[in-house]
Design a protein around this ligand. Structure first.
Ligand code: THU
Length: 161
């Protein structure tokens, strides 16, 4: 038997002022996007902003449906749209935030498992790590690589086993 430890490193910031101008813009775009969410059922409006290597920022929001499972998270809406519009341009970073009960969330919200899987696929596709900014009212959690949020992930190498 071999015991293995998996470590995830996160960086927590108390204010956007601790981050660069480029990072602040991305974070602000995710915050502005929440108003475009279609979340009549959960009333939990999520905004995501994807930064591409060509400098483009693509935003996305959660899109719900009366048939609940037919909806989609903000992260996947943003990443899929970015990859549809710019199929050859790597994704550098994504910022995600949520607005509910008339306020941005108090603590950063982590992406769901399916969104983590899509982020890892995008990293594999472009062979570039994606930096993740989880944004709340004032605090920000940064993860340097989507794989840190989904260790032991299923990918192409699993299929070609
Ligand atoms: N949601 C996202 O858009 N991103 C996440 O990371 C977590 C959850 C959405 C899905 C649903 O529309 C609402 O938030 C409540 O779960």
């Amino acid at each position: 038997m071999k015991k293995k430890n998996i470590t995830t490193v996160t960086y927590e910031y108390d204010s956007v002022d601790e981050l660069s101008k480029e990072e602040q813009i991305l974070i602000q775009k995710s915050k502005s996007a929440v108003t475009n969410a279609y979340a009549p059922y959960s009333k939990f409006q999520v905004g995501a902003a994807v930064l591409l290597e060509n400098g483009e920022i693509i935003t996305g929001t959660n899109q719900e449906n009366a048939a609940y499972p037919s909806g989609l998270c903000a992260e996947r809406v943003a990443v899929f749209y970015a990859n549809s519009k710019f199929p050859d341009v790597p994704v550098k970073a994504i910022a995600v935030t949520a607005f509910t009960n008339n306020n941005y969330v108090k603590t950063p919200i982590p992406p769901c498992g399916s969104c983590r899987q899509v982020l890892v696929e995008t990293e594999t596709r472009f062979q570039k790590p994606i930096k993740i900014y989880l944004v709340s009212e004032s605090k920000i959690t940064v993860i340097n690589d989507a794989k840190d949020l989904l260790p032991l992930n299923f990918d192409e190498s699993s299929l070609n086993n």
